[in-house]
Design a binder for this molecule. Structure first.
Ligand code: GLG
Length: 783
C-alpha cells in the first residue's frame, strides 16, 4: 500500500513527498484504492456477459454519494493497511479522508437513496448500472450570514475527481426541438453530445463492482475559430456555452417542481443517452429486441426520467423498425417507476407548448400511448394530457410494469389518492418497497465506536446481513455491554461537542445534555417550525421555574432550504434568532442550548447521527413518503420522537412502541382536522403554552431590532396552518416531556437505545434491493 501510494504520488500526481499537499496525498491514496477495484470491476462485467444475466439500470436525476474514499477503503477491507501506510508516510488518515469534497449530486432523501441502492446492488452482486448527470455544480453550499441562509455555488469539480474515468468514446448525440416530417422523421433543431464518465462502485468485501455512469454535455459544433479571429470571443464559444449549461447545475428543489425548460432538457438529455447506451449494450449481446424485458430492467427514480419511456418507444419504432404496439409492449415490460412523494407541488407536469417545442416527436408518441391505454381501459376518465399539461406521474404509471411506493403507508396512500383510478384499472401494478440504508456507511464506518463494540460481540456477519443485529438482544442483560454502549454514545457526543464549540459562535454544548437532532431539508411539511416553537415554549417554562429539575437539552438543527422557498428560509432565520437569545440566557443556558449547523450534507450527517440521543421525525402525517434519516438514527441508537408517517410506522413496529415516542394526528385525523374552520385558532386558544410561544415570535422577542420580522411565521401557524403545527403542538409537548423523564433514567435509556440498534436490521438497503430483485426486476444476483 505504501508503495502504491508513493507511486501514484510520483507518477500520477507528479510530486515528491516533500512537495505534496494534503490534496496530493488524498489523490494518491484514492488512485491506489481505485486500482484495487479494477480487477473485480472487469470480472463483474465478464461474469455478467458470460451468464447472459439480466441487468438492472437505475435512472436517477440525483446520486447523493458524498465522499467516496472511506467507502472504498472500508468495502475493500483496507483500513488497517491504508492507515499504517499513511502513518509511515507521515500523514494522518482522518485528515486525508476529510480532505475529500462531498459529491453533492442530489438534494436529499431521493438522491441519497439512489447512492445506498447502488452500493447494495454491488454488495449483493446484482449486475447494475446507475445512470445520471455529471453536474458541474452540485447542491449549493449554505452559509448562514446574520442568521439567514445564503447560497454559494458548490465547486466539487474544481479539483480533479479521483474516482471517475472519462469515456470519450461512449457518447451520443441528443437532439432538441426542430420538426417532424411524415409523422416519424424527427429533425432536431439543436443538439449536444452526452459523454460518459464512469465511477466504479464496490460492494462489501470488494467482490462485485458496478458502474455509476454520469453524462456530461459537450458541444456538437466545433469552436468557431473564424469568429474568434474576428474578435467575437463570446459568439465563438456560443455552442459550447449552450452545451455546458445542460449539465452545469443541479436544481436545488426538493419535493417542489419549477417547470423550467432547462430542467426538461436535463431530463431528456440523460434519459435519452441512458436508453441509447442500454440498447447498444443489449444489442452487442442479444439479437432479438423482443427479449429486452427478459434481459433488462429499468428503474425510473421518480418521474424525472419518465421521458425514457417515450424515448424507448421512439427508438424501437422509428429507428429499429418495430411496430408501435410491439414497441410499447416491450417498453412496458422493461420499465418500472418509483414514486417518492404525494405532495401535489412535486408531481411533475409540463406545459404542452413547451413540451411539444422541445420534444415534438415524443409528444405525439405520448398521445399514442395514452390512446392505446384508454382504448384498452374504456372506463378510464383521466388522461396523460390534462388542462394543457403533460402529467409525468400518469405517464410513468401507464408505461411501467411495476410501480412502487417507498413505505407501507405511502404505498397505501398512493392507491387511495393520486393513483386511485389507475390502481383500480391495474390492481396488481402497485407494490411496496420500504426504503433502506446501507449499513456499511451508516453504521460500520460512520460510527466506529459502536460498530467495534458490535464486532466484539457478534463478529462482522451483520455488515451484509443486518438482521443479525437481533443477536445483540441477549447482550442487553450484560451490564458491561450496556456500559460500553453508553460510553460509545458519550464519546461520539463529546467529539461532536468539541467540534461545535470550536466552530459555532455562542454555543456551549455539553455531552451530558440530551442531543436532540432534526436534520433534513427545511420544509413546512417536515415542521422544523413545530420543533422551534416547542423549544421556545420549553425555554419560557424553564425561565418560569429554573429549579424544576429540567432535563438538559441541546437542540440541533441542520438543513438547506430551496433558494426560492421564502417561508422555509424564514424558519432558518427564526431558528438562528432563537439560538442567539436562548444560548445567551444565563438563567437557562446550562439546561437549554440551540444550534443551527450550516451546510448540511452527507458528511455532516455522518458526524451528527452517531452522536444523537433523540431523532426528530415530526412531519404532518401523510406527507413524508418514507424518510431514511429516521432509519439511520434508529440504527445508531437514537430514540425517535415522531408521528405515524412514512417509515416511522414501520420503525415503531419493529423497535417496539415502548422504545419510540409517538405523538400527533394520524392521516385520517389530519384530513378531518383540516376540514374544521379555524382549527389553528382553536388549538392556540386551547393551549396557553402555544399561545405564549407564538406571542413571543409575533412580538419580536427574537428580533428586537425588527419586531415584525417573524410575524409571518406566527400568523401562518395561528391562521391557515395547512401543516397543522398548532393542532399537533400539545401532544408534541406532552411527548417531549415524556422524553425528558425517560432520558433522566440513563440506564433505561441506554437499554432502549440499544434495542433500537438491535431491531433496525430490517432497514438495510440490502433487504430493500432483494425486494426490488424479487418483486420488480425479476433479476438474479451473481454472487
Ligand atoms: C423523497 C421523500 C422521502 C423519501 C425519499 C426517498 O420526501 O420521504 O424518504 O424520497 O424515497 N424527495 C424525497 O426526498
Amino acid at each position: 500500500m505504501k508503495d502504491a501510494i508513493g507511486r501514484h504520488l510520483s507518477y500520477s500526481i507528479g510530486k515528491t513527498p516533500g512537495a505534496a499537499t494534503l490534496r496530493d496525498w488524498r489523490m494518491a491514496v484514492s488512485l491506489a484504492i481505485r486500482d484495487r477495484m479494477a480487477d473485480a470491476w472487469f470480472a463483474s462485467t465478464r461474469r455478467t456477459y458470460e451468464a447472459g444475466a439480466k441487468r438492472v439500470y437505475y435512472l436517477s436525476m440525483e446520486f447523493l454519494v458524498g465522499r467516496l474514499l472511506e467507502d472504498g477503503i472500508v468495502n475493500l477491507r483496507l483500513e488497517e493497511r491504508v492507515s499504517e501506510a499513511l502513518a509511515e508516510l507521515g500523514q494522518d488518515y482522518a485528515e486525508v479522508i476529510a480532505d475529500e469534497p462531498d459529491a453533492a449530486l442530489g438534494n436529499g432523501g431521493l438522491g441519497r437513496l439512489a447512492a445506498c441502492y447502488l452500493e447494495s446492488m454491488s454488495t449483493l452482486g446484482c449486475p447494475a448500472y446507475g445512470y445520471g448527470i455529471r453536474y458541474e455544480h452540485g447542491l449549493f453550499r449554505q452559509q448562514i450570514v446574520d442568521g439567514r441562509q445564503v447560497e454559494r455555488p458548490e465547486t466539487w469539480l474544481q479539483q480533479p475527481h479521483a474516482w471517475e474515468f472519462e469515456r470519450p468514446e461512449s457518447r451520443y448525440e441528443i437532439g432538441f426541438g426542430g420538426s417532424v416530417r411524415d409523422g416519424t422523421v424527427w429533425t432536431p433543431g439543436e443538439s449536444v453530445w452526452a459523454e460518459a464518465f464512469d465511477t466504479p462502485v464496490a460492494g462489501w468485501n470488494g467482490r462485485w463492482v458496478n458502474t455509476l455512469r454520469l453524462w456530461s454535455a459537450k458541444p456538437t459544433e466545433p469552436f468557431d475559430l473564424d469568429r474568434f479571429n474576428r474578435g467575437e470571443y463570446a459568439a465563438a464559444a456560443e455552442s459550447e456555452a449552450l452545451a455546458r449549461t445542460i449539465s452545469r447545475v443541479l436544481y436545488p428543489d426538493d419535493t417542489t417542481e419549477q417547470g423550467k425548460e432547462l430542467r426538461l432538457k436535463q431530463e431528456y438529455f440523460f434519459s435519452a443517452a441512458s436508453i441509447r447506451d442500454i440498447l447498444r449494450r443489449f444489442e452487442s449481446q442479444f439479437s432479438d429486441l423482443r427479449q429486452l424485458p427478459e434481459k433488462v430492467a429499468i428503474q425510473l427514480n421518480d418521474t424525472h426520467p419518465a421521458i425514457a419511456g417515450p424515448e424507448l418507444v421512439r427508438l424501437l419504432c422509428d429507428e429499429k423498425g418495430l411496430d408501435f404496439d410491439e414497441a410499447l409492449q416491450i417498453a412496458q415490460g422493461t420499465l418500472n417507476y418509483t414514486n417518492h412523494t404525494l405532495l401535489p407541488e412535486a408531481l411533475e407536469h409540463w406545459p404542452e407548448g413547451l413540451f411539444g417545442r422541445l420534444l415534438p416527436r415524443h409528444l405525439a408518441i405520448i398521445d399514442r400511448i395514452d390512446h392505446a391505454h384508454a382504448k384498452a381501459n374504456p372506463s378510464r376518465t383521466s388522461s396523460v394530457r390534462d388542462h394543457g399539461q403533460v402529467k409525468m406521474g400518469e405517464l410513468s404509471f401507464i408505461m411501467a410494469n411495476r410501480v412502487n411506493g417507498v413505505s407501507a403507508l405511502h404505498t397505501e396512500l398512493m392507491k387511495s389518492t393520486v393513483f386511485a383510478e389507475l390502481h383500480r384499472l391495474h390492481p396488481e401494478r402497485i407494490v411496496n418497497q420500504t426504503n433502506g440504508v446501507t449499513p456499511r456507511r451508516w453504521l460500520l464506518s460512520c460510527n466506529r465506536r459502536l460498530s467495534t463494540l458490535i464486532e466484539e460481540r457478534l463478529g462482522l456477519g451483520w455488515v451484509d446481513d443486518l438482521e443479525q443485529l437481533h443477536d445483540l438482544e441477549p447482550h442487553l442483560d450484560d451490564p458491561a455491554f450496556l456500559d460500553a454502549y453508553a460510553a460509545a454514545k458519550t464519546a461520539n457526543k463529546a467529539d461532536l461537542a468539541d467540534w461545535m464549540n470550536r466552530t459555532q459562535e455562542g454555543l456551549t454544548a455539553d455531552p451530558a445534555m440530551m442531543f436532540d437532532v432534526q436534520i433534513k431539508r427545511i420544509h413546512e411539511y417536515k415542521r422544523q417550525h413545530l420543533n422551534i416553537l416547542e423549544t421556545i415554549a420549553l425555554w419560557q417554562a424553564m425561565r418560569d421555574a429554573p429549579n424544576a429539575g429540567w432535563t438538559p437539552r441541546l437542540k440541533l438543527f441542520a438543513g438547506k432550504a430551496a433558494p426560492g422557498y421564502v417561508f422555509a428560509k424564514e424558519i432558518i432565520h427564526l431558528i438562528n434568532a432563537v439560538a442567539k437569545v436562548v444560548n445567551a440566557d444565563k438563567i437557562t443556558n446550562k439546561m437549554l442550548q440551540v444550534a443551527f449547523l450550516p451546510n448540511y450534507n452527507v458528511s455532516l450527517a455522518e458526524k451528527l447521527i452517531p452522536a444523537a440521543d433523540l431523532s426528530e421525525q415530526i412531519s404532518t402525517a401523510g406527507k413524508e413518503a418514507s424518510g431514511t434519516g429516521n432509519m439511520k438514527f434508529a440504527l445508531n441508537g437514537a430514540l425517535t420522537i415522531g408521528t405515524l408517517d412514512g417509515a416511522n410506522v414501520e420503525i415503531r413496529d419493529r423497535v417496539g412502541a415502548e422504545n419510540f415516542f409517538l405523538f400527533g394526528m394520524t392521516t385520517d385525523e389530519v384530513d378531518q382536522r383540516r376540514a374544521i374552520p379555524d382549527h389553528a385558532a382553536k388549538a392556540v386558544e386551547a393551549d396557553s403554552r402555544l399561545a405564549r410561544a407564538l406571542a413571543a415570535v409575533r412580538d419580536g422577542r427574537f428580533s428586537p431590532e425588527d419586531p415584525g420580522l417573524f410575524r409571518g411565521i406566527a400568523d401562518n401557524i395561528s391562521g391557515p396552518d395547512y401543516f397543522l403545527v398548532a393542532s399537533d403542538f400539545s401532544d408534541y409537548w406532552r411527548a417531549q416531556r415524556e422524553v425528558d423523564g425517560a432520558f433522566a433514567n440513563a440506564g433505561d435509556w441506554t437499554r432502549r437505545a440499544a434495542l433500537n440498534t438491535a431491531r433496525s436490521g430490517w432497514f438495510s438497503s440490502d433487504r430493500a434491493i432483494r425486494g426490488y430483485l424479487d418483486d420488480i426486476w425479476g433479476a438474479e444476483t451473481l454472487l
